[in-house]
Design a protein around this ligand. Structure first.
Ligand code: HEC
Length: 149
C-alpha cells in the first residue's frame, strides 16, 4: 500500500510537471519584437548580417596587421548602398526604428572606410567600430525574425 501511494504521488507529480511545461510553452522565452518576413526577405536580412560580420572580421584583421587597405576594403563592403542597389523586396516591411539602426550601422562602416582611407590611427578606427557595434547589439536585443506562413 505504501508502494502504491508513492507510485500515485509520482504520477501526479509528473502530471503537474507536464501541465507546468504546457503553460510555459504559451509564454515564449524570446519576447523581442517580431519581424514577420517571407523566406526570401529573411534570407536577404541574414545575407546582410553575414556581410556585416565579415566586415567586422576584416576590419579587425586590418587593425591587427596595421594594414589600412584591408580595413578600408572590409568596411566599404558594408557601407551605405546606392539607391539603385537597394533590394525592393524589403520595401515597407521594416519598422522605422529597424531601418534607422540598419542605416546607422552602414554609416559607421562608411566612417571607418573614410578613416582608413585618410590614414587614421588604428585606435580611432577601433573606437568607431566599437561605437558602430552598439547598433548590432541594440537591434539584436529588440527584434527577432519569424516567417510568414
Ligand atoms: C537593424 C537591425 C540589426 C542590426 C543593426 C544588426 N543586426 Fe544582425 N540580425 C538582426 C536580426 C533581426 C537577426 C535575426 C535574429 C533572429 O533570427 O531572430 C540578425 C542576425 C544576425 C546574424 C546571424 C546571421 C545568420 O545567418 O543566422 C549575424 C551574424 C548578425 N546578425 C551580425 C550582425 C552584426 C555584426 C551587426 C553589426 C555590425 C548586426 N548584425 C547588426 C538585426 C540586426
Amino acid at each position: 500500500m505504501k508502494f502504491l501511494s508513492s507510485a500515485f504521488m509520482l504520477i501526479t507529480a509528473n502530471l503537474s510537471f507536464n501541465a507546468g511545461s504546457a503553460i510555459a510553452a504559451e509564454e515564449p522565452l524570446d519576447t523581442r519584437e517580431v519581424l514577420l518576413l517571407t523566406e526570401e526577405q529573411r534570407e536577404h536580412v541574414l545575407d546582410e548580417m553575414n556581410g556585416f560580420l565579415s566586415s567586422v572580421q576584416g576590419i579587425i584583421e586590418g587593425i591587427a596587421e596595421n594594414d589600412l587597405e584591408i580595413v578600408a576594403e572590409a568596411a566599404a563592403e558594408s557601407s551605405p548602398k546606392k539607391p539603385g542597389e537597394m533590394a525592393g523586396i524589403m520595401k515597407g516591411v521594416r519598422p522605422l526604428q529597424f531601418k534607422s539602426m540598419g542605416a546607422e550601422t552602414r554609416k559607421g562602416f562608411l566612417q571607418i572606410t573614410e578613416q582608413a582611407q585618410s590614414g587614421a590611427r588604428t585606435e580611432e578606427i577601433a573606437s568607431t567600430l566599437h561605437e558602430t557595434m552598439n547598433y548590432c547589439n541594440a537591434c539584436h536585443a529588440t527584434y527577432q525574425i519569424q516567417l510568414k506562413d
